[in-house]
Ligand binder design. Structure first.
Ligand code: SF4
Length: 221
């Protein structure tokens, strides 16, 4: 990681605040904790939909004002920037994203099946990990490949890639552990679980060999 560019912890986290060691220095966590406490102090329920969406609106407004202020300081004309055409990357061109997406589809099917039959208490934590990371791995893989054409300087680009890959790898490791534990408790699902573990292994290998590799279009037809 670069010496000069130190991204805040929430840039590359898995959003599982209850398990995170960075809470003390995380602005996102502190802002949210403060928001919840303020509502309780006023006798309000912070999870009431009306209150939650009002908070969300305030957060967007605050972020918009902050970005406008930063752009003004840097001499950037936001109106002009919005008019400029931004090139878009198609994540499906990249092997890494396709593998992550395939894992998402298969894992999602398995999760729905388990939900129908009921999750045994002894498997609850593994199930939660599986659910949480099957979306996160795909979302972060999409973010990774979309960033390949960003016009960041080299240092920021490198930090962005390293940070995003760290979260993806964490998701893969914890998902593999969860599936391994499930394998012992759900012998009836042996084939599905083994297939999901194989997909994660292939994704891991793709990360180790080449994150920029594109899908072979001819092989697809
Ligand atoms: S406290 Fe939550 S938002 Fe902050 S870095 Fe940790 S997981 Fe991310």
């Amino acid at each position: 990681m670069s010496e000069k560019f130190k991204p805040p912890p929430f840039n590359y986290c898995d959003y599982r605040c209850e398990r995170c060691d960075e809470r003390e220095r995380c602005r996102v966590y502190k802002d949210n904790a403060e928001r919840i406490l303020n509502h309780y102090a006023k006798g309000e329920d912070p999870y009431d939909p009306e209150i939650f969406f009002k908070d969300l609106h305030d957060i967007f407004e605050k972020t918009h004002n902050m970005l406008t202020e930063m752009a003004e300081k840097e001499g950037i004309d936001l109106e002009q920037a919005a008019k400029e055409e931004i090139p878009e990357e198609n994540p499906e061109e990249y092997k890494i994203y396709c593998l992550a997406h395939e894992y998402y589809r298969e894992a999602n099917r398995f999760i729905k099946e388990l939900e129908k039959t009921g999750i045994p208490e002894t498997m609850r934590e593994d199930f939660q990990d599986l659910v949480w990371y099957h979306t996160l791995i795909t979302a972060k893989s999409g973010r990774l490949v979309s960033g390949f054409i960003d016009d960041f300087d080299e240092e920021v680009q490198q930090a962005e890639e390293e940070g995003t890959l760290k979260v993806i790898n964490k998701g893969i490791t914890l998902s593999k552990n969860a599936l391994q534990n499930m394998l012992n408790k759900l012998p009836d699902h042996l084939y599905t679980i083994a297939h999901l573990m194989e997909l994660l292994k292939t994704l891991e290998q793709q990360i180790q060999t080449d994150i920029h590799e594109k899908v072979d279009e001819e092989a697809k037809t």
